[in-house]
Design a binder for this molecule. Structure first.
Ligand code: NDP
Length: 272
């Protein structure tokens, strides 16, 4: 039986074991999937021990994604750009990939019917989550992509890292006055504290889609704000979570699981 695990700290809340068990059932794969919670400074040792046990692959979540990037001996181009690895394949060499951007785009396109080509796109936040999805978002060829962050400098630095691709601008939240976007993605952690970033009401264009990477049983504070300010469609990050997991599962097992039934199941019961 092939062994997989999700590494995080804390990791008790992670839905990944449930998601991968549902994928394995549906695709008739013989695999075990566990949680591993190394100490904050103990990821490298825990990963080495997992490989010794014969671990075939791993998902990596907060706060180990950047260390996983360092440890990977080979990386996909999208992981290279993201500066973070959420999926590891353990073989003769350790291979690192990042399926977060693919997860977001698949959820928008396949589950919500929203394509990004030619759209004005706003990402709020300039942390690891924003960085992780930027290259795949740009590959969809939006008309332009603005990164707006509470700390403007972080948005500027992040945008500059994509200068060679072009079409990305980094600004402070207070520079958004008068701007309008067709797709607005909240990649901040503000919702975890029940907060909404301070945003001008006018940024949501008519018919716009609002997406929050945070998810939960109730609409997130950002999605409530977006609905009240004219968003036509809203979606939280549960679909992205399941889609990024499907990307990892396909890398490991070479079979694509169905995501929609898993999203539906978790929507009704978000317990780990
Ligand atoms: P980081 O800690 O790296 O970055 C946090 C970001 O949020 C920063 O840009 C920070 O701004 C901003 N922020 C926090 N609080 C506020 C606030 N009250 N108002 C305005 N801005 C705020 O976190 P990550 O980037 O790693 O993660 C962000 C979120 O994305 C998390 O909640 C995570 O759960 C979610 N996520 C979901 C995924 C999914 O599959 N659905 C995948 C990956 C992440 P500043 O720089 O000014 O401090």
């Amino acid at each position: 039986m092939d062994l997989y695990a999700v590494f995080g700290h804390p990791v008790g809340h992670s839905l990944s074991p449930r998601i991968h068990r549902l994928f394995a059932e549906e695709t008739a794969q013989q695999m075990e999937y566990e949680r591993r919670e190394p100490p904050m400074d103990g990821f490298a040792e825990a990963l080495a021990a997992f490989q010794e046990e014969g671990g075939a692959g791993a998902n990596v979540t907060v706060p180990f994604k950047e260390t996983a990037w360092d440890l990977a001996e080979q990386r996909s181009e999208r992981a290279e750009r993201a500066g973070a690895v959420n999926t590891l394949i353990c073989g003769e060499s350790l291979y690192g990939d990042n399926t977060d951007g693919e997860g977001l785009i698949n959820d928008l396109r396949n589950n919500l019917g929203v394509g990004l080509a030619g759209k004005r796109l706003l990402i709020i936040g300039a942390g690891g989550a924003a960085r992780g999805v930027l290259a795949p978002l740009l590959a969809e060829q939006p008309a332009n992509l603005v990164i707006a962050n509470r700390t403007a400098e972080r948005a500027q630095v992040l945008a500059a890292a994509f200068d060679d691709i072009g079409g990305v601008e980094g600004i402070g939240l207070d520079e958004l006055d008068g701007e309008r976007f067709e797709v607005v993605i909240n990649a901040t952690s503000s919702g975890l504290d029940g907060e909404v970033p301070t945003l001008p009401e006018s940024i949501v264009a008519d018919g716009a889609t609002a997406y929050d990477m945070v998810y939960g049983a109730e609409p997130t504070p950002f999605l409530r704000w977006a609905s009240a300010n004219g968003a036509f469609r809203t979606r939280d990050g549960l679909g992205m979570l399941v889609e990024q997991a499907a990307g990892a599962f396909e890398l490991w097992r070479h079979i694509r699981p169905s995501t929609e039934p898993v999203i539906e199941t978790l929507r009704h019961d978000t317990r780990p």
